[in-house]
Design a protein around this ligand. Structure first.
Ligand SMILES: *Cc1c(COP(=O)(O)O)cnc(C)c1O
Length: 247
């Protein structure tokens, strides 16, 4: 009896799983192509813009698929979830960016596993990352998250804080300042989106006069990448429009 029952269950499983899976997976590749086209169109004849594929809450096998299609940079918001996926994907040559809010007790995991951190918004976090970055790893690339458009937001730093952190980073040994990141308040009005992105770009230009080596301005997500690129983004961070809705 047991054998027959197992057989039925197995058959049921195969019938329900097989027809869906290839469709979902090929959709992701179509989505990736479409996002790249949108970026290309927005860039026009301007400088190229890097794509960060934001894979938080999506399974390692989806990341593998996107990696096989040529994508190398991935963004994650939850340290432990990301580290588990890094282990599953260790055979691939991927570059990992931490982009979520940073609690002090997570800095050690970030310093020990990531290539980039984009969401640094206070000095205390910088100091911990510098202490905790292992000697044998390459310097951790740092973007400072600037507060833009919402003074009450808990995330992001003021211009004064950004300047102080950039100054401190110029003496750091295991951290390299690469630029700025911003997450403006969501808006469907492209004029408003652009105003926030222009403001961030002007801070970036100001900072680059003092630190000419910075090269990365990370802004723009699924629904505002065009406005971000028009304002001068060098990297956009896209999750949903590649991987679909998160659970
Ligand atoms: C989740 C997330 C993204 C991607 O957002 P989508 O709307 O899914 O494209 C980009 N940047 C940050 C900081 C995020 O947390």
């Amino acid at each position: 009896m047991g054998g027959i029952e197992t057989g039925n269950k197995l058959q049921c499983f195969v019938l329900t799983i097989l027809p869906n899976k290839p469709i979902i997976m090929s959709e992701i590749i179509e989505n990736l192509k479409h996002v790249k086209q949108r970026i290309q169109q927005a860039v026009g004849s301007g400088d190229s813009v890097d794509l960060l594929a934001v894979s938080k809450k999506h399974a390692a096998e989806k990341i593998r698929l996107v990696a096989h299609a040529g994508q190398q940079h991935f963004g994650e918001n939850y340290a432990q979830e990301a580290i588990d996926k890094m282990a599953e994907l260790a055979d691939l040559d991927l570059v990992w960016h931490f982009i979520g809010p940073i609690q002090s007790n997570k800095t050690k995991l970030i310093a020990g596993h990531f290539d980039w951190v984009q969401s640094v918004d206070r000095m205390k976090i910088l100091k911990r990352l510098e202490l905790q970055r292992p000697e044998e790893m390459a310097p951790l690339n740092v973007l400072l998250q600037i507060k833009i458009g919402d003074e009450d937001s808990k995330q992001g730093s003021s211009l004064d804080e950004i300047e102080a952190m950039a100054q401190w980073l110029s003496h750091a040994e295991k951290l390299t300042l690469r630029g700025l990141m911003c997450i403006p308040p969501p808006s469907d009005d492209e004029g408003i989106q652009r105003a926030y992105f222009n403001e961030t770009k002007s801070v970036f230009d100001h900072l680059r006069k003092i630190y000419p080596d910075i090269d990365t301005l990370s802004m723009g997500m699924s629904n505002d990448l065009e406005a971000a690129i028009a304002a001068g983004a060098s990297m956009v961070r896209i999750g949903t429009d590649i991987f679909g809705q998160r659970d």
